[in-house]
Every structure is written in C-alpha cells, then in structure tokens.
Design a protein around this ligand. Structure first.
Ligand SMILES: Nc1ncnc2c1ncn2[C@@H]1O[C@H](COP(=O)(O)OP(=O)(O)OP(=O)(O)O)[C@@H](O)[C@H]1O
Ligand SMILES: [Mg+2]
Length: 237
C-alpha cells in the first residue's frame, strides 16, 4: 500500500541556521506516527518544511505517492494535508462557527453542514460555544477549534504540532480522546509532533525521536516506552 506521506532527506534552514537535516520518515496509509523531541529540536520546522511554509527547504516529499515538494502551501492543503499549527493560529474576531466554516469553505454547501455536525460531535463543547468569539475561549477550547477547523477540509492526512501544549491534563484528555476516535472511526493517518511523549506514544504505533534537527531513533511506541534512555529524556521518570 502506498504510504500517506514519505519524506526523504528533508532539510530546513533559516539563513545560516539549519533547523532540520536528513529527515527520512514514513507515515503509512493507516498509521499514526509520532515525532518526539524537546524544545528547539526542530519539530515545528519539520512540519513547516512539509507544508511548504519554511523559507528554504529541500528534500523529497511524497503525499500518497505524488510529489508535493515545492508546491505552495494552499495547494498542499488542497491536495488533502491538514495542518494544525503550533499556537493554533485562529483568526481574530471570528466565532467558533465562522472559524469552522472557513475550514470547510471548499466543500459543497450540503457537505459543509455534515462536516460541521461531525466537528460538534467530536467536540461537544464547541457546539455549546459555537457563537462565541474564539479569542475569548480557553486555551483548550481554542485547540479544539484549531483541530476541528482543519478537519472541516476533509484532510486525508493530519499533521499536528504539539496539540497538548499549555493545556491542563483533563483538557489534554479530551483532545487526545478525539484524536483516538478519529483514528478508530476513520483510520485517518496522522503525523504528530510532541514534547509530551506519554501522549504521543499512547496515540501512535511508532515514533521517531528528533534531536538537534536529526532523527536519532525510530521504533515501535511500546519499545520506546520501555527504553531507559527514552524514559530519562522524554518520559520524566
Ligand atoms: N524563523 C526562524 N528563524 C531562525 N531560526 C529559527 C526560526 N524558527 C526556528 N528557528 C530555529 O530552528 C531550530 C528549531 O526550532 P523549531 O521551532 O523547529 O523547534 P521545535 O522542536 O518546534 O521547538 P519547540 O518545542 O520549542 O516548539 C531552533 O534552533 C530555532 O531557534
Ligand atoms: Mg515547535
């Protein structure tokens, strides 16, 4: 089966600073894969490189077997890659419902309504808050909006940048339960970057470890969870 995403030799640089190099990774067609790494490891740069958002990047990028290298970001999104950025990047002044409608703007109108209902089923809190300006939502609710907005475009691959960042554990539970349910119901392939290795390894079957801009390890989540070096560096025990 063709992989959802295949990355070879990805390099992202900002002027003289190389943020990531020699990144080789694969997300299978029915797989959730994690990239764990600490602050500054290059997680965001890697995702931005895939999405065509990093100024200078090089490497081979295949989405469902077709090259997306060098394409504009909106074209990559239209191809079916949904990106939930670090920091959520919601539009100022819009309500929850308006924000979600923007995510679904390319769908036929009838389908927009169906997707909106699905988003509210996934995050019932957002149905209650649909008329509220997103700026006034809690951080957790904003993260739900960011994920739901991306899902509105009916992606065939989801890239997630630290969805647990800054959220209380109970809210992380809600967000991760929603991601797990998407995996279970739709088998939506995902590439998840996280500092929160516990969360990432629970959701994903495999993980890559990113250190100083390079992949230093790839393994099944279970074997990483039991590895003393990984425990010491990423699992806080
Ligand atoms: N716009 C930029 N200009 C110059 N250097 C940058 C830029 N963005 C990131 N960097 C550098 O690239 C490296 C990787 O940063 P990146 O944000 O990708 O890491 P990260 O793993 O996402 O970190 P965090 O966990 O803090 O989000 C860092 O050394 C950072 O200083
Ligand atoms: Mg980051």
């Amino acid at each position: 089966m063709t992989a959802a995403l295949s990355v070879r030799g990805l390099r992202v640089a900002y002027g003289a600073v190389t943020a990531v190099r020699d990144i080789d990774l694969v997300v299978g067609a029915d797989e959730a894969v994690a990239v764990i790494g600490s602050n500054g490891a290059g997680k965001t740069s890697m995702l931005r490189g895939i999405m065509g958002l990093a100024g200078a990047s090089a490497g081979e990028l295949l989405f469902n077997g077709a090259s997306i290298a060098g394409l504009r970001t909106h074209t990559i999104a239209r191809c079916g890659i949904g990106y939930v950025p670090e920091g959520r990047e919601l539009f100022p002044g819009l309500t929850v419902k308006e924000e979600l409608q923007i995510g679904g703007r390319f769908l036929p109108r009838a389908e927009q309504a169906v997707k909106l209902d699905e988003a509210f089923e996934l995050f019932p809190r957002l149905r209650e808050r649909q008329g509220q300006i997103t700026r006034t939502l809690s951080g957790g609710e904003q993260q739900m909006v960011a994920i739901a907005r991306t899902l509105m475009s009916r992606p065939r691959l989801l890239l997630l940048d630290e969805p647990s960042l800054g959220l209380a554990p109970v809210i992380q539970d809600v967000v991760y339960a929603a991601l797990a349910s998407l995996r279970q119901r739709e088998g939506l392939p995902m590439l998840l970057v996280e500092q929160n290795a516990h969360r990432a390894l629970n959701l994903c079957s495999r993980a890559y470890v990113l250190e100083l801009g390079q992949i230093v390890r790839v393994a099944e989540s279970a074997s990483l969870r039991n590895d003393p070096a990984i425990q010491a560096a990423y699992l806080g025990n």
